[in-house]
Design a protein around this ligand. Structure first.
Ligand SMILES: *[C@@H]1O[C@H](CO)[C@@H](O)[C@H](O)[C@H]1NC(C)=O
Ligand SMILES: *[C@@H]1O[C@H](CO)[C@@H](O)[C@H](O)[C@H]1NC(C)=O
Ligand SMILES: [Zn+2]
Length: 709
């Protein structure tokens, strides 16, 4: 849990920075095409190259050539331009839902899959030329989308239509608000001078945040240690290090090296030296950059009508205001303090036994957690891995999802894919037998493939005014390994958890029946987006699930034994209070710097650190302000969102799924009352209606207290 690396794949979940999903937010709402366009475009592509799409779903085309991608991108842009022109030219006295909102909404729905077909190969195609074409197409489409969001003529039409206050459905109203906001976040309702200022600030922000990240990427600081100073590290680790003068080892400060030292190195002094150097990276360069960046962000937010940047970033999220985020974090922090104090005293005792009366520092935390865990849990993760062959885990996950959410998953063969081992599946409603959607599974890592796990939307659910509907298509990207002979290797336990998590996104995507593409698929409140996945993770710690998905490599009829299953559940919560406090610390730091003017970063971390971390001071001279990229790009002012969803997923699980057995009745209720509405309704209201009360943090605190110690 090195919160300042942000390289935990699971945290990135469905929404890594690079995915087009992010760019779509808002932008695609403005793209309009003639209704027939999408179908036309793909029919022509299909005839040319005899492509085999998913049955009944010819809008998703996944193995386009470089040439086809570039042509399609051009078509997307020119049709979009034409439709924008048409909307802009509707006479102001004739504006109606049918000629302003509907064309934009329907064609956003159709366009989303076309854009994705151009853009996702960048991450997954085995062919270099295709990846390059896809990246180029993406750039062109992005630039086009941005230019659409700045079109005054279209904005004026939408704004005037909105002011008429016609009676339309709640979801349509919500969509209209989003359309208006897309423009206004670009300053379109401001005077020309202020709009220029918005432009200037946006490019300044881009420039500063990339400089910050670049400084970190280019940081080459390193440390030198003798073999004795690295006592405790495994031989393979030492062998991976460069040897320097005097036979010393050269340690570069990459997060995996640092994590290894902090977890395994027996020498307190080495841990401290490394923690200090790691936390001081780019101190001189990046702190002034962040100061300037925060100010520019506040200025931008104020121009757009917000009190400060955090409120701007939280607009349209469950949390809504910075005040609420801060009290949420503080409440969890105080709720966990007792437990964390007990956890901490165990660590301090062991340190005293091993090192005498030296003070305990934050740099000792991971090392002693690891030591105590080795003593407390008889878990050999290398051996446990032998119990999770893909051939059991995957059908096991399918079965849990099916039993829980009332769906049926069936493989679809003989369809186009972009790599030979990619598979496609259809998802049906098990009650009615109705086809709900599809997903592709690109499960194994390979050279040139995007290197994180995530779920990408290839097509979102949508209903059209002519009665036609478009079904959701998701793409799950995982990073499981194969051996030299191309056989799937068994999965590590964390990979199993990760797969459950990603399947949570797939289920969410496919069960989202919102009729606007803007609100379907994974386009839901980002504070809500991780909740279904976090929820599903709970099942992989239940004994009956573990038995279902495990089988020893040499004899798959032998699942994990009860003892190991139970230990895994306890292990899940081991030192969880301390780990959560550490995350909360960084979330608070992030939230504070973006919700107040002129925050003194040094002062802030000096007071926050001991307050949250049970009196432990920040490592001398270090400051997350210099090396905390998540708070700069990607999760700025929203770092809290991960723990937010973890907390409410724990509430849902404890309150509604009690004993952990898949309960179809409750699962269907969750599907119906929460998932099916997607982003078209306030997520807090949905959860409240499902739970029968407002979501609470109590179950999260209680679950940790119950299972720990
Ligand atoms: C522009 O729009 C924002 C957001 O809708 C609003 O808060 C602000 O008051 C508007 N400004 C003007 C000048 O209309
Ligand atoms: C994808 O299309 C290319 C031609 O553009 C073809 O050579 C390749 O075999 C196809 N890939 C798969 C996995 O079908
Ligand atoms: Zn996720």
């Amino acid at each position: 849990m090195t919160e300042n690396d942000g390289n935990d794949e699971r945290k990135k979940g469905s929404n890594p920075k690079k995915l087009k999903l992010v760019t779509f937010t808002g932008a695609a709402g403005l793209l309009g095409l003639a209704v027939s366009f999408a179908i036309f475009a793909f029919k022509s592509h299909k005839e040319k190259s005899k492509k085999k799409g998913l049955p009944g779903c010819d809008t998703v085309c996944v193995n386009l050539s470089a040439k086809e991608i570039l042509e399609l991108a051009d078509e997307i842009i020119s049709k979009s331009t034409r439709i924008h022109d048409t909307v802009a030219l509707v006479p102001l006295n004739k504006l109606s839902y049918e000629n302003v909102v509907l064309p934009l909404a329907e064609l956003e729905a159709r366009q989303l899959s076309l854009i994705q077909c151009c853009v996702f190969p960048k991450m997954l195609s085995p062919q270099d030329s295709v990846r390059r074409a896809s990246a180029e197409a993406e750039q062109n489409i992005d630039a086009h989308i941005l230019s659409c969001r700045k079109r005054e003529d279209v904005y004026r039409v939408i704004k005037i239509y909105a002011a008429k206050g016609e009676s339309i459905s709640p979801e349509a109203k919500c969509y209209l608000l989003c359309l208006v906001r897309d423009f206004e976040q670009n300053g379109l309702n401001l005077t020309a001078t202020k709009r220029e200022e918005v432009e200037r600030l946006k490019s300044e922000i881009d420039e500063l945040s990339s400089r910050y990240v670049q400084n970190l990427n280019e940081d080459s600081s390193c440390l030198f240690f003798t073999e004795d100073e690295l006592a405790g590290l495994p031989l393979e680790f030492l062998q991976s290090l460069e040897k320097a003068r005097n036979n010393e080892f050269k340690l570069t400060l990459e997060s995996r090296n640092v994590a290894a030292i902090l977890e395994l190195c027996k020498m307190a002094k080495t841990r401290k030296t490394v923690a200090m150097a790691y936390g001081k990276r780019c101190g001189d360069a990046n702190i002034p950059v962040l100061e300037k960046l925060v100010q520019s962000r506040h200025r931008l937010a104020r121009l757009l009508g917000y009190a400060h940047f955090a409120d701007y970033a939280l607009d349209c999220r469950m949390s809504k205001t910075s005040t609420r985020v801060i009290s949420f974090l503080e409440d969890i922090s105080s709720g966990l303090t007792d437990l964390a104090t007990r956890e901490f005293s165990i660590l301090k005792d062991l340190k005293r036994k091993e090192e005498g009366e030296l003070p305990f520092g934050i740099e000792d935390l991971l090392y002693y957690i690891k030591r105590v865990e080795e003593l407390q849990f008889d878990l050999d993760f290398g051996d446990i891995r032998q119990y999770f062959p893909v051939s059991l885990v995957l059908p096991g996950i399918f079965k849990i999802c099916q039993d829980l959410f009332g769906i049926k998953i069936e493989e679809v063969t003989e369809v186009d894919v972009w790599y030979y081992d990619v598979r496609a599946f259809a998802v049906f409603d098990s009650g009615s037998g109705k086809l709900l959607g599809y997903f592709y599974l690109d499960m194994f890592s390979r050279e040139g493939k995007f290197s994180h796990s995530c779920v990408v939307s290839l097509q979102n659910n949508a209903l059209f005014s002519n009665g036609a509907c478009q079904i959701p298509v998701a793409l799950l990207i995982a990073q499981c390994a194969k051996d030299g002979g191309g056989e799937a290797l068994p999965l590590g336990f964390s990979e199993v958890v990760n797969l459950f998590h990603e399947f949570g996104h797939v289920v969410q995507h496919i069960c989202n029946r919102a009729s606007f593409a803007r609100f379907s698929g994974l386009r839901v409140d980002p504070d809500f987006r991780e909740i279904p996945s976090q929820l599903l993770e709970n099942w992989c710690y239940e004994s009956f699930t573990l038995k279902l998905i495990s089988g020893y490599r040499q004899d798959v009829t032998k699942p994990l034994v009860d003892e190991v299953c139970k230990t895994l559940k306890r292990w899940r919560y081991s030192f969880s209070a301390l780990k959560s406090l550490q995350e909360i610390l960084y979330c608070l730091f992030d939230q504070r710097i973006y919700s107040d003017d002129d925050v003194d970063f040094h002062q802030l971390i000096r007071s926050l650190h001991p307050k949250v971390m049970l009196g432990l001071p920040v490592v001398e001279g270090t400051n997350p302000a210099s090396c905390f990229p998540r708070a700069v790009i990607g999760s700025e002012a929203t770092c809290y969102s991960r723990i937010w969803s973890e907390v409410f997923a724990a509430d849902i699980f404890a309150t509604k799924f009690g004993d952990g057995h898949p309960n179809l009745y409750t699962g269907l209720q969750f599907r119906d009352k929460v998932l099916s509405h997607g982003g078209g309704k306030d997520a807090m209201e949905l959860l409240t209606s499902f739970l029968g009360r407002e979501p609470s943090i109590q179950a999260f605190i209680d679950s940790r207290t119950t299972y720990s110690l």
